[in-house]
Design a protein around this ligand. Structure first.
Ligand code: HEC
Ligand code: HEC
Length: 352
């Protein structure tokens, strides 16, 4: 009698073994390139294959405050979606223990079209970038090992690492790769400006006039369609209270003193305050800097700005309206990039 059951048991056993060792195949995804844009310049995904599971894991990590030493600050504390992933209303960023950084948090968008990161271009890979805020004592103040140890204890992460990388091993490299998978997909290219360029909308005549001013005075550095040429320039602001010398801190070349990365102007309406130190609070004030406040005595000042920018009050307002057409509400409200349900809301950043 018993013998009759043996094949049944063997089959069941085989089935169980097959299911449990089945190769997990993450599903590859691609970065959507908006119409008319160039190919990304810094595609990190030759080895770190971009997948839906890796993206979802990176998204959870991005919103997880456990990545910081005292579990109060996540990447999203300083990079808020409604503000184009910049910090809304803060000149410089705030980290754990009310620590202050010396720079304004840039919006996170279209990162794979950038060849260097940070205001001074001190970082060249998106995958290693995350180590900088994670370990800086005035940002998240944690060690990579410390963060890994914490997330290892969450069974949800064990499942997610397995799904993203095919095994349950949680390592620093995998954590950083997943974060880069999330941040690299933050593409913003669906503003009114883009719709106009693709023939799907028209500018108001004020915006149209602003666009003409823009092309004449601003587009050489804030080059379309990304609104940056990724270069480093000095636009004649005074040395700030942190004595931030910009690009020179990286290259040690005095010619690079006070040069900062040309930032994108996409979503500029919501990413204020502006500049590397958040010293300017509104777009018209930024334009007034170019009109009246450029320090023309600085030896490294960009030659284009030697005689400041000569535009009228009316042109300044038209230019402002044009810049507001770069707001991409689809991006700012895209649920795919928002806090996932499997992570608690991070605490609001401390106000000073
Ligand atoms: C305490 C605030 C703070 C936290 C937390 C933080 N960042 Fe940032 N982030 C900044 C600041 C400030 C900069 C600019 C740094 C510089 O230029 O030196 C920046 C720059 C960046 C950049 C480069 C953007 C560019 O345009 O060059 C990326 C990418 C980024 N952060 C991702 C992350 C990720 C991922 C995390 C979480 C692991 C994180 N950040 C946590 C404040 C923060
Ligand atoms: C010579 C190159 C150059 C020209 C021309 C130029 N910019 Fe800039 N722009 C920069 C650089 C570099 C920065 C960053 C400076 C800093 O952080 O200290 C910047 C910053 C900005 C910012 C702040 C962005 C942010 O995220 O903080 C705005 C807004 C801006 N520029 C608008 C304009 C407008 C409008 C014009 C034309 C009137 C213009 N720029 C002309 C190089 C240029």
């Amino acid at each position: 009698m018993k013998g009759r059951y043996i094949p049944f048991f063997v089959c069941t056993l085989l089935l169980v073994i097959m299911i449990s060792t089945a190769v997990i195949k993450p599903s590859p995804i691609t970065i959507e390139i908006p119409q008319g844009w160039p190919q990304p310049t810094n595609n990190p995904f030759t080895k770190n294959i971009l997948t839906e599971e890796g993206f979802q894991l990176g998204r959870k990590l991005f919103y997880d405050s456990r990545l910081s030493k005292d579990s109060t600050v996540s990447c999203a504390s300083c990079h808020q979606q409604f503000s184009g992933f910049a910090t809304f209303d803060h000149d410089v960023s705030h980290g754990i223990n009310n620590g202050l950084t010396t720079r304004n948090a840039p919006g996170l968008l279209n990162l794979v079209w950038m060849s260097t990161y940070h205001w001074d271009g001190g970082i060249t890979s998106l995958e290693t970038q995350a180590l900088s805020p994670l370990t800086a004592p005035n940002e998240m103040g944690e060690t990579a090992e410390g963060a890994v140890a914490k997330i290892k204890s969450d069974p949800d992460y064990v499942k997610m690492f397995h799904a993203a990388f095919g095994s349950k091993k949680i390592t620093e490299k995998r954590m950083l790769n997943a974060l880069a998978q999330f941040t690299s997909t933050l593409v913003s290219g669906n503003s009114k400006y883009d719709k106009v360029m693709n023939g799907k909308a028209t500018f108001h005549r004020v915006e149209e006039r602003g666009y003409t001013v823009f092309k004449k005075h601003c587009a050489t550095c804030h080059e379309e369609p990304l609104f940056t040429d990724n270069s480093f320039r000095n636009i004649g602001q005074p040395l700030n209270r942190f004595n931030d010398i910009g690009r020179m801190a990286i290259t040690k070349n005095p010619k690079d003193s006070l040069l900062f990365r040309v930032p994108t102007l996409r979503n500029i309406q919501v990413t204020y305050p502006y500049m590397h130190d958040g010293s300017i609070f509104s777009v018209p004030q930024v334009i007034d800097h170019y009109r009246f406040l450029i320090d023309t005595t600085q030896p490294t000042l960009d030659p284009k700005l030697k005689s400041r920018i000569n535009i009228s009050d009316r042109e300044r307002d038209e230019l402002t309206y044009f810049l507001y057409t770069l707001t991409d509400s689809t991006f700012l409200n895209n649920k795919r990039f928002s806090r996932p349900h499997n992570i608690k809301e991070t605490q609001p950043i401390h106000l000073h």
